[in-house]
Design a binder for this molecule. Structure first.
Ligand code: HEC
Length: 195
């Protein structure tokens, strides 16, 4: 092998090396992984709900949204279940406030709006109307829903029970809201406010 031959071989080897290097640099530029803003691994932890009480109280509540439970609610059962509310509330039209406000037409009505009842700031500052969801949350755990509320009721943790009560409350109204049906239950949102 003369030196010319050797030069060609070495040249070819060198060329290959440089080509590989060039490829490597280009590929590095094209496929560079983005640097994370914060070094280290991000671990997604679901956020804890505010109000520890509500969380402990609701292990079995995670089950079904109230819209679903309402689809199979029974206002007659609700009337019986609502006896525990009757110590403080009246449900009929024109009946007086007691320890708590009269609840006639409460579904869809503005929160803390019964005339002549002195509500807590907690409830007054809630705003909005009583939707099925809000009623359910409030009855499940009044203190968690409206910290500082005057309603000293421990809460009704059984979703089906609350659905029955809400169906009963809904009947005691000049214009009851349509209850979610079984089929639409999962997607249904809430009672629209009465006009
Ligand atoms: C120990 C008495 C007491 C019991 C029992 C009680 N409540 Fe109340 N409730 C109150 C008081 C007091 C308020 C006013 C709360 C406030 O101003 O913070 C209230 C407010 C409410 C409101 C808001 C009304 C509005 O006009 O905004 C609803 C709805 C309600 N109660 C439903 C119920 C239901 C349903 C039950 C039974 C499961 C029940 N309450 C049991 C005393 C009671």
């Amino acid at each position: 092998m003369d030196s010319f031959e050797l030069n060609k071989i070495l040249g070819a080897v060198l060329f290959t090396c440089m080509l590989t290097l060039a490829l490597n640099i280009t590929a590095g530029a094209v496929f560079a992984p983005p640097k994370p803003e914060k070094p280290g691994y991000e671990i997604a932890v679901p956020e804890q709900e505010a109000g520890g009480g509500a969380k402990e109280a609701a292990p079995e509540e995670a089950e079904k949204p109230i819209a679903v439970l309402l689809a199979s609610a029974d206002p007659k059962r609700g009337a019986t279940a609502a006896k525990k509310c009757a110590a403080c509330h009246t449900f009929g039209k024109g009946e007086p406030n007691r320890v708590g406000p009269n609840l006639y037409g409460v579904v869809g009505r503005a929160k803390a709006s019964t005339p002549g009842f002195s509500y807590s700031d907690a409830l007054k500052s809630k705003g909005g109307t009583w939707t099925f969801e809000d009623l359910s949350a409030f009855i499940a755990n009044p203190k968690a829903f409206a910290p500082g509320t005057k309603m000293s009721y421990a809460g009704d943790r059984r979703g089906s029970d609350r659905a029955d009560i809400i169906a009963f409350l809904n009947q005691n109204s000049d214009n009851p809201q349509p209850l979610p049906q079984a089929a639409e239950g999962a997607g249904a949102q809430q009672g629209k406010p009465a006009q």
